[in-house]
Design a protein. Sequence first.
Length: 66
Amino acid sequence: MTQTVNCAVDCVDGCVLGDDCPNKGYVEEASQFMQETSLDRMLEMAEEARLKKLAEPPKWVIPDEL
């Protein structure tokens, strides 16, 4: 039987699935990134992403009914 879990809601205090968590690989990947990347580099990456977002043209959303 497969258990349906909304990780954003159910796992705020820790994973409820334990070893059966489908997102377990991402934890290892994130931990490795944090160990290998300096805080200064992370801040540079965040600033680059922020500037890229600011440089994008606005996205207009036109409602179906005016």
